[in-house]
Design a protein around this ligand. Structure first.
Ligand SMILES: *[C@@H]1O[C@H](CO)[C@@H](O)[C@H](O)[C@H]1NC(C)=O
Length: 274
């Protein structure tokens, strides 16, 4: 290959998406809880805490329109009942879009629930919940979102756990016109989080601490052309990924709105056929 086309190709790839790697100072603002949220280790780590007077949270400085985003999280250890650690993408306004991970704490030794949801044009109600196949408090694990015009894929340590496909052809709104920020917070949700609200926070165990690290994002903005990135064009899972997804659904999924027939006596939402 001639040097010149090669150079052009490389610079095209570099300019078309924005790769950010692991610096919380550069990429995030602490937006809630004052010094309950702390950036540590020269920006490599971030810690959120919750005590009886407040939780805490942070958000990305930038807004993104599509992206492949990885975050390592180590959830609140020990008795975390009643706490929720939320990690999500969201736009603003009453017709907002949102892609959620929420981790519902539990008593020591009892499993966390990983709750997921997708909002498009202000409409959510698309919950899927999972237990995890590891102890999410013992170590950092990578929680990823791949969001492109065709699909939203949630994965954990590289294992896909949920795919929400673009079903605009079935009349379902899809998040694709509003840029979103990354948000995370740790808060008191003991009116619903653990066993439906039956188990309350034990404040004698506070402060509760969740830790973050190794943030990586390959993202697009409203002005950049992302279409040269392979993740941007991905429409389906590879067969090995599909097998992993099915393994998770069979063994760890504990709630799926698409099979909750009591909730949808008139028939399931259109996207449930995908
Ligand atoms: C907490 O543990 C109980 C008992 O194992 C389980 O039923 C529940 O799903 C767990 N998670 C939450 C968040 O309530």
């Amino acid at each position: 290959m001639d040097l010149l086309p090669c150079f052009l190709l490389v610079s095209l790839v570099l300019s078309s998406s924005h790769l950010v790697s692991a610096n919380f100072y550069n990429d995030f603002d602490i937006t809630w809880g004052n010094d309950r949220a702390k950036i540590l280790d020269n920006g490599q780590r971030l810690q959120l805490t919750l005590d009886q007077s407040s939780g805490s949270g942070f958000q990305s400085k930038n807004e993104y329109l599509f992206g492949k985003i990885d975050m390592q999280i180590k959830l609140v250890p020990g008795n975390s009942a009643g706490t929720v650690t939320a990690y999500y993408l969201s736009s603003q306004g009453d017709k907002h879009n949102e892609i959620d991970f929420e981790f519902l704490g539990n008593l020591s030794g009892d499993p966390y629930i990983m709750h997921t949801n997708v909002f498009s044009q202000g409409k959510g109600g698309r919950e899927q919940q999972f237990y995890l196949w590891f102890d999410p408090t013992a170590d950092f694990h990578t929680y990823s979102l791949l969001w492109n015009p065709q699909q939203i894929m949630f994965s954990v340590d590289g294992t896909p756990v949920r795919v929400f496909k673009n079903s605009e052809d079935l009349g379902v709104a899809y998040p694709k016109n509003q840029a979103m920020r990354i948000y995370s917070s740790l808060w008191n949700a003991d009116n619903w989080a653990t066993r439906g609200g039956a188990v309350k926070i034990d404040w004698s165990k506070s402060p509760f601490v969740a830790s973050y690290g190794n943030f990586k994002a390959e993202t697009c903005s409203a002005s950049s052309d992302c279409s040269v990135n392979s993740w941007y064009g991905a429409e389906a899972l590879e067969s090995s990924e599909q097998q992993k997804l099915e393994w998770v659904r069979e063994n760890y999924m504990i709630y799926n709105y698409c099979s909750d027939s009591k909730r949808f006596p008139q028939g399931f939402p259109a996207e449930c056929t995908r």
